[in-house]
Design a protein around this ligand. Structure first.
Ligand code: PMP
Length: 399
């Protein structure tokens, strides 16, 4: 048989989907499973989004569209950016893609040649590693343990950028930790970035509308407007608008980068489908009560999850202020046993939790941090309290 490309050896199936699939299988076998694994928002967009899609369907020409994105979509995105404090961009600074994942992949192809360096923090969203490996970049990981609230310090960033990586990839609010950088923290990191002109900065901020406690969302470009020449902002409709399967992502940055992403689109996808574009314009420009209400709801759920985390002895759990994830350090329990099974690491722990209590969480090693596990609290509301109670029982039963 002829060989596959070496690239495929570096491409791995998503670790998160593997946990989700195991949970699904157990559920199909009749087990009572509560899933805290996959980060699906678990709510629907407002009815105006479906109406717009239906209207587009009725008059859909079915022709090819713009590689960059329809003007109406780019304009709606630009308005949305203004709403979060990113002003002065034009259509020429933007491009669209099949979700933020595709935008990030396009950016990796557009900015990184084989062997070029990309730096990003641990814990990282799983796909950063996968995308960097597929394009065969040199990966520089910057460990941000729970003791520093899983956040990158200016000194760490300074040391990383001194090595002149081609790309620094940043994520705020964070998946998997839910941590949000304050205005002062963003400002201090922006000062460091300003000192190192050789690196592109990708800031993956797809949870920018899901920020709690009034901390607000902040961006390097607001802190230092001159960074606009190097900072690439990435956004998506998936989480904020409850539209993960509609597959809509955006970028805004220097024109040369937006043009490069658009060129990749012309080679990979040509355009987003017209019906999806119409629904996306409606989501961005129509009533915003769904994202606003969901943000309040997730803040209350964060409180509910944290109350349980804080009641379990020896968990170290920095308090998240955004997204819908909590990332407790559970390593104090490694070496103990549950139901006679020794828990050696995060994978053993997640397997034992799923087998004994029917609760699915994702092992932290999927995000580069094997001391922790990720709890995604997007399950249907009635399942949250019982799921958390099962987690508390599980840790209490450890010996
Ligand atoms: N970035 C982060 C940090 C994410 O958590 C996700 C989705 N889990 C994405 C990007 C990709 O989002 P999309 O659905 O728009 O591809």
């Amino acid at each position: 048989m002829p060989q596959l490309a070496k690239r495929i050896g570096r491409a791995k199936p998503s670790a998160i989907m593997q946990v989700a699939d195991k949970a699904k299988k157990l559920k199909a076998e009749g087990r009572d499973i509560i899933s805290f694994s996959i980060g699906v928002p678990n709510f629907l967009p407002g009815s105006h989004v479906y109406e717009a899609a239906r209207e587009a369907l009725a008059k859909d020409s079915g022709q090819y569209g713009s590689n960059r994105g329809a003007d109406a979509l780019l304009d709606a995105f630009l308005k949305h950016m203004e709403g979060i404090g990113l002003t002065g961009y034009t259509r020429a600074n933007c491009s669209t893609g099949i979700g933020a994942k595709h935008i990030l992949y396009n950016l990796a192809e557009a900015l990184l040649d084989e062997g070029d360096a990309i730096a990003f923090a641990i814990p990282y969203w799983t796909s950063y590693m996968d995308i960097a490996e597929i394009v065969n970049a040199k990966i520089d990981l910057l460990p941000c343990p729970p003791e520093q609230d899983y956040k990158l310090t200016p000194a760490q960033l300074d040391a990383a950028l001194a090595k002149k990586p081609r790309v620094f990839l940043f994520n705020n609010p964070s998946n998997p930790t839910g941590m949000v950088y304050t205005k002062d923290e963003i400002s201090a990191l922006a000062d460091v970035i300003a000192k190192h002109p050789d690196t592109w900065i990708i800031t993956d901020d797809i949870y920018n509308r899901m920020v709690f406690d009034g901390v607000g969302y902040h961006n390097f470009v607001q802190a230092r407007p001159e960074l606009r020449d190097r900072v690439i902002f990435v956004d998506s409709l998936s989480k904020t608008y409850g539209m993960p399967g509609w597959r809509v992502g955006f970028m805004a940055g220097p024109e040369v980068v937006a043009n490069a992403v658009t060129t990749m689109n012309s080679n990979h996808i040509t355009n987003l489908p017209e019906i999806v574009v119409a629904a996306s314009v409606a989501a961005l420009s129509g009533p915003q009560d769904v994202p606003e209400e969901k943000c309040r709801e997730f803040q209350a759920k964060r409180d509910q999850v944290m109350a349980v985390m804080e009641s379990i002895p020896n968990l170290v759990c920095p308090r998240p202020q955004g997204a819908f994830y909590v990332f407790p350090d559970v390593s104090a329990y490694y070496g103990k046993s549950h139901d006679g099974k020794v828990i050696g690491n995060d994978i053993d722990l997640c397997n034992a939790l799923l087998d004994s209590k029917g609760v699915a969480c994702v092992p932290g090693s999927a995000f580069g941090e094997p001391r922790s596990l990720r709890i995604s609290y997007t399950c249907p509301t009635p399942q949250l309290a019982p799921g958390l109670e099962r987690i508390r029982e599980f840790f209490n039963e450890m010996q």
